[in-house]
Design a protein around this ligand. Structure first.
Ligand code: G3H
Ligand code: 13P
Ligand code: NA
Ligand code: ZN
Length: 305
């Protein structure tokens, strides 16, 4: 069933578990994510970026909406990294139940003003809002304190930001970054900062760039002919710790992309004569589903729906 993002996330933060927001661009990913959620009895968030909407258009939005409505678990359909008021309005018109406005690259006052504007529009039609404060950047553990402060979310600013904007959940910058290269070894996560933010912000917190980029998946991709450099993701224990401190929404895209593409490569390599797309997309869809299920286990959302 289709519900707002806040309905899912409020319960998650209150009860101390995390809910995955998984990015989708097509039918296979959407089915994989929803089937995993149903099998695990887990709430879930389907995230569509502006790039996803550009790629899949109304066809994708309609498909996602329809499958989310039919699901036997709570599902929110979410706009990921909305860059403008116009982009959010489009998502509202398409029936999304959660939107993100990302003005984190603007100065604080502009971020407040633009976020507030989106909150007013979204709340008017019963949709809940994610906002972001701070820069999503992989940083080294030993960089100077003032350098960290310049990039990462300031706890006191976060409190004021949430009061002034009325946003429902907040994406924080604590050292994670998007994609497959999050830093060397075990990327640094600023848990003490997260703890201070959580003490001042009662709203559910959001962790972007949370993919694990599992070594075995990277190896599988490589073995199938994929090229990838020094990939590194967020350690599962660092995710667990973040959830215990107040993170309720955990974004995962890269892990799903890696799994899907590794399996497509394997499928094509194995049978060069095959040109029925279902023969290699089917197993790739299964692989995405398995990754989503293991993320749900890690987040503690299994059985919460
Ligand atoms: O944070 C970005 C998400 O992984 C979506 O990526 O903009 O390439 O669709 P995208
Ligand atoms: P990853 O690249 O770590 O999967 O992060 C995805 C994300 O934050 C989408 O908004
Ligand atoms: Na998002
Ligand atoms: Zn993100």
């Amino acid at each position: 069933m289709l519900v707002t993002g806040l309905e899912i996330l409020k319960k998650a933060r209150a009860e101390g578990y995390g809910v995955g927001a998984f990015n989708t661009n097509n039918m296979e990913f959407t089915q994989a994510i929803l089937e995993a959620a149903e099998e695990m009895r887990s709430p879930v968030i389907l995230a569509l970026s502006e790039g996803a909407l550009k790629y899949g258009g109304k066809a994708l939005a309609t498909l996602v909406q329809e499958l989310a409505r039919d699901a036997r678990v709570p599902v929110a359909v979410h706009l990921d990294h909305g860059s403008s008021y116009e982009s959010v309005l489009l998502a509202l018109r398409l029936g999304f139940t959660s939107v993100m406005i990302d003005k984190s690259h603007e100065d604080f006052e502009t971020n407040v003003r633009e976020t507030r504007r989106v909150v007013e529009a979204a709340h008017a039609v019963g949709v809940t809002v994610e906002a972001e404060l701070g820069r999503l950047a992989g940083i080294e553990e030993h960089v100077a304190v003032d350098e960290k402060d310049a990039l990462l979310t300031n706890p006191e600013e976060a409190r004021i930001f949430m009061e002034r904007t009325g946003a429902d959940y907040l994406a924080v910058a604590i050292g994670t970054s998007h994609g497959a290269y999050k830093g060397k070894g075990r990327p640094f996560i600023d848990h003490p900062r997260l703890e201070r933010i959580a003490a001042l912000v009662p709203a559910p917190l959001v962790l972007h760039g949370a993919s694990a980029v599992p070594p075995e998946l990277v190896e599988r991709f490589r073995a199938a002919g994929g090229e990838i450099g020094e990939a590194a993701g967020i350690h599962p224990e660092d995710i667990k710790k973040a959830i215990a401190l107040g993170v309720a929404k955990i974004n995962t895209d890269t892990d799903l992309r890696l799994a899907f593409t590794a399996l497509v490569r394997e499928g094509l390599n194995k049978n060069p004569k095959e040109f029925d797309p279902r023969k290699y997309l089917g197993p790739a869809r299964e692989a995405v589903k398995e990754v989503v299920k293991s993320r749900m286990e890690l987040f503690g959302s299994v059985g919460k729906a």
